[in-house]
Design a protein around this ligand. Structure first.
Ligand code: APR
Ligand code: PHB
Length: 390
């Protein structure tokens, strides 16, 4: 098989890039290790910055998002028994975020690929990129035991944190930066009305909690748990009781509980791989960097990678200008690191860390006190949360 851009990974990054390129007449093949049903069973975060929502529209798959997604102009931070609101609209010159689940967004991207007869090969096993430094790289893989090969101009590694693409970069070229947090998030989904029309991030002595949603009838809640906890340790009742302990009384009074329809624990980690280009391989999204979910930056940072890579490929194919590809890594990483800083800051401020000194604890408390006493600090928070410019 021959194509222009071979994309490894059919998550949001790979699908979005494939769709955008296809609309510009650039051929792609997407190789995805899992089945579509499996990809669409993963529950992920759900806050989109305007830039990402705009990309969805540009990719001609924003209709359902615009119909069913909720525009949020602010969110709450609960602390010391009270609720303070971050007014995103006021402090980011009228900007806002879109609450729309990543699972639904991925479904929309798959449907858009289907409409254009885009090539997405599922259950692709043992995917391997080759000759990345040469002008004609290729990718080999197997489907149902049969060996296949895609020849291409470029390989895009959009295969997530556990993918193979990053591993194709020699160890003496790849520099990895990592921070592993000593806790995870236990998340649940329940068919209940969300406790609040806007998200609530809660800082509490017992640990962090988050009240989020997928729609007005589907709630998503999280609590910080030690890494040693197992999902089986947490009955639905135990989850709700612990969540209630971490929320202000005025919120608990409105909390509707019910059976959970999904329950999982995700560890929190920050990670960046540099550079994001090696020869004719370009990394994008979780394949190159991940953040703890606290600032809702994961998918949004994948979005800016895709935007830069898409523009660079257009310049290359349509205008014979490869400067964008040459500067892709540098440009993407500049924004990636700002998202890393913001996610680290929000995570540090709102979570309980084992063995925190009293001094450090005081600083975290004062960070919040400062935030809500300073318009400049709220502007900084809002600017980062709605997404820094591309
Ligand atoms: N071969 C082919 N596909 C692979 C391989 C492989 N060896 N390894 C992983 N994949 C696939 C995964 O099955 C997955 O569907 O690559 C896809 C990667 O998707 P994501 O992990 O969702 O990563 P990405 O598309 O970059 O999405 C951005 O930002 O913070 C996050 O939660 C957010 O997942 C979202 C991400
Ligand atoms: C979610 O709804 O899953 C969600 C929302 C905001 C976050 C993280 C996760 O910061």
């Amino acid at each position: 098989m021959k194509t222009q851009v071979c994309i490894i990974g059919g998550g949001p990054s790979g699908l979005m890039l494939s769709q955008l390129l296809h609309l510009q007449g650039i051929e792609t093949v997407v190789l995805e290790r899992q089945t579509r049903a499996y990809v669409l069973s993963r529950i992920r975060a759900g806050v989109l910055e305007q830039g990402f929502a705009q990309l969805m529209r540009q990719a001609q798959c924003g209709d359902r998002m615009d119909r069913e997604g909720e525009v949020h102009d602010g969110f709450y931070i609960a602390h010391s028994g009270k609720m303070d609101r971050v007014d995103l609209h006021k402090y980011s010159s009228g900007n806002s975020v879109m609450v729309y689940g990543q699972t639904e967004l991925t479904r929309d991207l798959y449907e858009a690929r289907d409409r254009l007869n885009g090539i997405v090969i599922h259950s692709a096993e043992d995917v391997k990129p080759h000759d990345l430094k040469a002008a004609n790289p290729f990718v080999t893989f197997q489907v149902a035991g049969e060996e296949k090969r895609v020849d291409c101009d470029f390989v895009v590694g959009a295969d997530g944190f556990h993918g193979v693409s990053r591993q194709a970069i020699p160890a003496n070229v790849l520099k990895e930066y990592e921070k592993v947090y000593p806790f995870g998030w236990l998340g649940i989904l329940s068919r209940t009305k969300p406790v609040s029309p806007e998200l609530i991030y809660a800082k509490h002595d017992r640990g962090f909690a988050l009240c989020s949603m997928r729609s007005q009838v589907l709630s998503r809640y999280y609590i910080q748990v030690p890494l040693t906890d197992k999902v089986e340790d947490w009955s639905d009742d135990a989850f709700w009781e612990e969540l209630k302990r971490r929320l202000p009384a005025e919120v608990v009074a409105h909390l509707v509980t019910g059976p959970t329809i999904e329950k999982s624990i995700a560890p929190l980690r920050s990670y960046v791989a540099e550079p994001m280009r090696y020869g004719n391989l370009f990394l994008a999204g979780d394949a190159a960097h991940i953040v703890p979910p606290t600032g809702a930056r994961g998918l949004n940072t994948a979005g800016s990678d895709i935007y830069y890579l898409f523009q660079a490929m257009i310049d290359h194919y349509k205008h014979g200008n490869s400067a964008g590809l040459d500067h892709y890594s540098e440009k993407a990483l500049a924004r990636v690191w700002k998202a890393q800083r913001f996610s680290w800051w929000m995570t540090t401020m709102l979570h309980n860390f084992p063995d925190t000194s009293e001094y450090d604890q005081k600083l975290k408390d004062i960070d919040l006190a400062y935030l809500f006493s300073s318009e400049a600090a709220q502007s900084s928070m809002a600017e980062n949360y709605v997404g820094l410019p591309y």
